[in-house]
Each structure stands twice: as structure tokens, then as C-alpha cells.
Design a protein around this ligand. Structure first.
Ligand code: SF4
Ligand code: MG
Length: 329
């Protein structure tokens, strides 16, 4: 099955001038990640802060170059940042991030900002572009007469709708959404998620949807990749992740999310420190917080392997055999 975007063994290393013990240290923000997004589907990328998920988003869009590994978009190797080829691919993949105020220019009307990508990519005449801006406003649930408004005259939810309208202006095939609703009230979050789902269905847009919030991801993702300290620890169809999470970290995350139609699970409280990319534990990086850790976990890093068709996990205790026992129970 052809994938729209494919990342292969991505590594992104940063040098911190003052890392552990005040000495310069190398941080592997992303540490060997492979993932792909099929056309017209949504991959949820879930993790705590420090898991490398935002870096993953930027690598997918070519906004940062990987230290190792490669990204392919529609079969083509990602061109270098700001080259003409990268600019033309950018019309086909767009970013929506958390803070719409930071994404918008407060001195420019929202109509002009929505039309900006069309002007940059020289789509149609000026008049056609104005008509397109009207369509986009309506498509994201705003009114045509709001084109003359400025960002500060809108609510947070409306501003995020403006950002989304601008992101879909060039009819991209891929949206990378990084915590797109985290700054919004819970009631508004659902509306913006519904809008994204609606746009995906009507326009066939694929999404990489990055969030720390599993509740939000459950409402939009077809597949879910769970990241911990720069690596994917589990990846599966969304329903499998929520019905029968395999990795102890995923189990802990899922235990805090009520899933309709599923018996309430006992909440698994994560012990220990939140992940710190500058101080990665040896062996399985999750072992200091894992309730199932055995001696082997402290020394040997688990491989990310296929457990069954369409399901992968990186845990010494999760094997094809253990997974089938879990499915039967
Ligand atoms: Fe826990 Fe060990 Fe599995 Fe890591 S490999 S998640 S420490 S059981
Ligand atoms: Mg982030």
C-alpha cells in the first residue's frame, strides 16, 4: 500500500551547551523512528513532553533536517529546507500548531492571512483568490464578513479556525497538527476536532496529529504511535490501542482515558520522573517507571517488533505469544 509520507530510521540529535552536570551533552530528541501515514488517514502521535513528538512533526515537514535517516513524501526524498522544490512541496503539506496567536499576524486582516498561501503559490487571479478565501471561511465555520476582522477580534477557537483555513488553502494532502487544541477550552476542543475530521472526510486530507492528550487522539486517529524518549514504543490501529494496549506505558496512558463500551480500567499511576531526553536510562528507557520491569529491562533495549499484523511494540514482555493470550482473555 503506497504511503503519503514515510519516515525511515529518523534520528535527530541536539547539542545542549549546558546539559547534564552543566557539561555540553548530546540529546537524541528522536532516536530511530520509522513511521508512515497512508493517504486520507490520520496517524496520532502521542507522548509526554520530551518524547520527541514535536521534533518528529518538524522532521516530517522538512522544517528540520534529520541527523540520520530520511523522509519521503509521495515517494520523493524530502528536499532541503527553503529550496524551490521544498517550497513547492510545502503547498502539499501544512502545519497547524498549538498557539493560533503566534501563528497569525495581528496587523493583518484574517481574510488576507488566509489568502496569503494562495498568493505565495500564485494560485489563480486576485479575484479568484478572494472567492477562495470566502469559501475557506465558510468551510471552517466562520462567516464571509469576518474576512475584514483582525485576530484579536476573534475568540481562541475562531483564531484556530483561521489557522486551519490558511493551512488548507492550497489543498494540501497532509496536515501536521501539533497540539492543535491544547490551548483551547475543552468545549471548544471538541468543535475544532470535529472540524478537522470533517475537513479530512470531505477533502481527503491525511494527518499526523501530535498530542499529549490521548482523549483527543481517540476522537480523530485511525492509527496511533506512542512515543517515549524519542522512540515509538507501540503502534497499532486506534481501536486496538484503546481496547487492548500492549506496552506498559500505553497501558498506563490508556488507563486514564474512559473509553465508552469498555469496562473501566484500574488507573495505572506512572511512578518516577517524567522523561528527560538529556538523561536517558539504559536498557528500556521506560524501566524506572515500569511496574513490570525485570532485570533484563535495565540492560537490554527492547526492539520495536511486529507482534501481529499491523501491530508493533517495544517491550521484552510483549511477544506474539503474550499478545495472543491477552486477546483471548
Ligand atoms: Fe517495562 Fe521491561 Fe517492557 Fe520496558 S521492556 S516496558 S521496563 S517490561
Ligand atoms: Mg511539543
Amino acid at each position: 500500500e503506497p504511503q503519503l509520507i514515510e519516515a525511515n530510521d529518523l534520528v535527530k540529535t541536539y547539542t545542549m551547551r549546558r546539559g547534564v552536570f552543566g557539561k555540553p551533552s548530546h540529546v537524541r530528541a528522536v532516536d530511530g523512528v520509522s513511521l508512515s501515514v497512508a493517504p486520507k488517514t490520520t496517524l496520532g502521535i502521542v507522548g509526554e513532553s520530551g518524547s520527541g513528538k514535536s521534533t518528529m512533526g518538524r522532521l516530517l515537514l522538512g522544517l528540520e533536517a534529520p541527523t540520520e535517516g530520511s523522509v519521503r513524501f509521495d515517494g520523493e526524498a524530502m528536499p532541503a529546507l527553503r529550496t524551490p522544490r521544498w517550497r513547492s512541496l510545502r503547498a502539499r503539506m501544512q502545519l497547524v500548531f498549538q498557539d493560533p496567536l503566534a501563528a497569525l499576524d495581528r496587523r493583518i486582516s484574517i481574510g488576507a492571512q488566509i489568502g496569503e498561501p494562495l498568493a505565495i503559490h500564485a494560485v489563480g487571479s486576485e479575484e479568484e483568490r478572494r472567492g477562495r478565501v470566502d469559501e475557506l471561511l465558510v468551510a471552517v465555520g466562520l462567516r464571509r464578513d469576518q474576512a475584514e476582522r483582525y485576530p484579536h477580534e476573534l475568540s481562541g477557537g475562531q483564531r484556530q479556525r483561521v489557522v486551519i483555513a490558511r493551512a488548507i488553502a492550497t489543498s494540501p494532502e497532509l496536515l501536521v497538527c501539533d497540539e492543535p487544541v491544547s490551548a483551547l477550552d475543552v468545549s471548544i476542543q471538541a468543535q475544532v476536532i470535529n472540524l478537522l475530521r470533517d475537513l479530512q472526510e470531505k477533502r481527503g486530507i491525511a494527518m499526523a496529529f501530535i498530542s499529549h492528550d490521548l482523549k483527543v487522539v481517540r476522537n480523530i486517529a485511525d492509527r496511533v504511535a506512542v512515543m517515549y524518549l524519542g522512540r515509538i514504543v507501540e503502534e497499532a490501529a486506534s481501536e486496538d490501542i484503546f481496547r487492548s494496549p500492549l506496552h506498559p506505558y500505553t497501558q498506563a496512558l490508556v488507563s486514564s482515558v474512559p473509553v465508552p463500551g469498555t469496562a473501566l480500567r484500574d488507573r495505572i499511576i506512572l511512578q518516577g520522573e517524567p522523561p528527560n531526553p538529556a538523561a536517558r536510562p539504559a536498557g528500556c528507557a521506560f524501566h524506572p517507571r515500569c511496574g513490570h520491569a525485570v532485570e533484563r529491562c535495565r540492560v537490554e533495549t527492547p526492539e520495536f517488533v511486529t507482534i501481529e499484523a499491523g501491530r508493533k511494540a517495544a517491550c521484552h514482555l510483549v511477544t506474539s505469544a503474550s499478545a495472543s493470550t491477552l486477546m483471548e482473555s
